[in-house]
Design a protein around this ligand. Sequence first.
Ligand code: CMC
Length: 436
Amino acid sequence: MKLVDNKATLTFSNGSPSVDLPVYAGNIGPDVIDIRKLYAQTGMFTYDPGFLSTASCQSAITYIDGDKGELLYRGYPIEQLATHCDYLDVCYLLLKGELPDETQRTDFHKLVTNHTMVNEQMQFFLRGFRRDAHPMAVLTGLVGGLSAFYHDSTDINNPQHREISAIRLIAKMPTLVAMAYKYGVGQPYMYPRNELSYAGNFLRMMFGVPCEDYKVNPVLERALDRIFILHADHEQNASTSTVRLCGSSGTNPFAAIAAGVACLWGPAHGGANEACLNMLEDIQRNGGVAKVGEFMEKVKDKNSGVKLMGFGHRVYKNYDPRAKLMQETCNEVLEELGLGNDPLFKLAKELEKIALEDDYFVQRKLYPNVDFYSGIVQRAIGIPVNLFTGIFALARTVGWIAQLNEMISDPEYKIGRPRQLFTGSVRRDVPAAARK
Ligand code: CMC
């Protein structure tokens, strides 16, 4: 970051001396006011719950321009990456900063492929869960559990440990997600097949059975790969910030990523794709397209507590570029599977049309986000609704790792420790009646 020839001056109406604060510029995006010395200089904290105006770190990985609807990974537009690269290329890019050349590509694919199996003992760990456990509960446990299986890569301050844990996590996530699914449906686990692509291997581990050959459908393979690319990173969102905060204590990389999985589960974040599909199915059950108007009235009524899931974003206030790409993929998959007349897709289109024209949504700049379409694609592929967020976690793992590594390598890195505005009781004595 560069110090700019501009400083911010904070003045107080009570006559306290004013304070000059340095301003830094990044390469694009808003400048930041450096308030690190504010407390020492004024005895005051800043107050920004929800981080509406706070940059929590400097980062060179992902850039979002919410007004333009632009998403860049290491400078490359998401549209170009989703069209010309595969997910493992994008993983390499996010981790290393550059796209791989041919040799680097081959080596990286080979390296990830060599780590796709999980310790056989993980199966017994999985067996402790109820069969009807939510896959995100299972995944939170399994990912955290990796730290108990791979003792040789748990030192977050050791670059080699970080490197090997990164590869292990990227390679093993599809295996773990598929195992969580197979366990739930009571089918045998499918071991990974290393001659298949990352997405193809995942499809086989999900939908293959040992008694039959499984042929990967290239359209579905490409669709899944695109889902992975679109979800790979998204700068300092809730789960990424969770991973950074968790990792800032020096905990091991598997534990930090498990914290990200737990955060992602929430319906305001990664859980939105599951919540969106449940919402569509709910409307469908209660009258379908004919009832869309009634449903939208509820969404607009603040007292109803109903939200249009898959709409709105903290940063994108124009459109979510991932949603556009996902919509394309959605059309391809539905056509390939002969589901062009899928009533849920028609319903989604109707909801989108109304929302895009309705004043409530227009004024608040609420547009479809990636989850609006990704649920429909995943459902068409055969992925059960409660596994959608698990797929998101699989794809986001590389982003979490890249951000974690960036933080640890930053010379300004410190344990994350926010402060507070205390509104509880001031000091008081335990009353005599309560004393023993
Ligand atoms: N349906 C109805 N109203 C909405 C919605 C929605 N989906 N999203 C925001 N609003 C309203 C909100 O009630 C508020 O209205 P008012 O100004 O009258 O009080 C206004 O729009 C601004 O919303 P906000 O809650 O202040 O916005 P935020 O930046 O805090 O929240 C959000 C962003 C994503 C949590 C929210 O839009 C939401 O809950 N959307 C539905 C869940 C969803 O699809 N989440 C996935 C996000 S994309 C995937 C990811 O990155 O994880």
